[in-house]
Design a protein around this ligand. Structure first.
Ligand code: ZN
Length: 75
């Protein structure tokens, strides 16, 4: 037994593997829709959906927009 033995080596925080990435679980937060005149016979439809991960609270925004005469089915 060496007198220099100091027990099991404890890894320093910088040597620890990074935490596993969050398995995001996005929950719908809200939806905003607006439509405005887009020129000619077109209407500019815009829809913004917001989600947040219920585990790490990361926010995600999905924006859709389309110039169309008729209301798109996603609107
Ligand atoms: Zn997450």
């Amino acid at each position: 037994m060496s007198e220099n033995y100091k027990g099991p080596t404890v890894p320093k925080p910088s040597e620890l593997p990074p935490p596993p990435p969050c398995e995001h679980r996005f929950v719908h937060l809200d939806t905003k829709k607006k439509d405005c005149y887009g020129g000619g016979y077109q209407t500019h439809f815009v829809r913004v959906d917001r989600f947040f991960c219920e585990k790490c609270l990361e926010e995600k925004v999905i924006k859709k927009d389309e110039y169309s005469r008729d209301t798109p089915e996603w609107f």
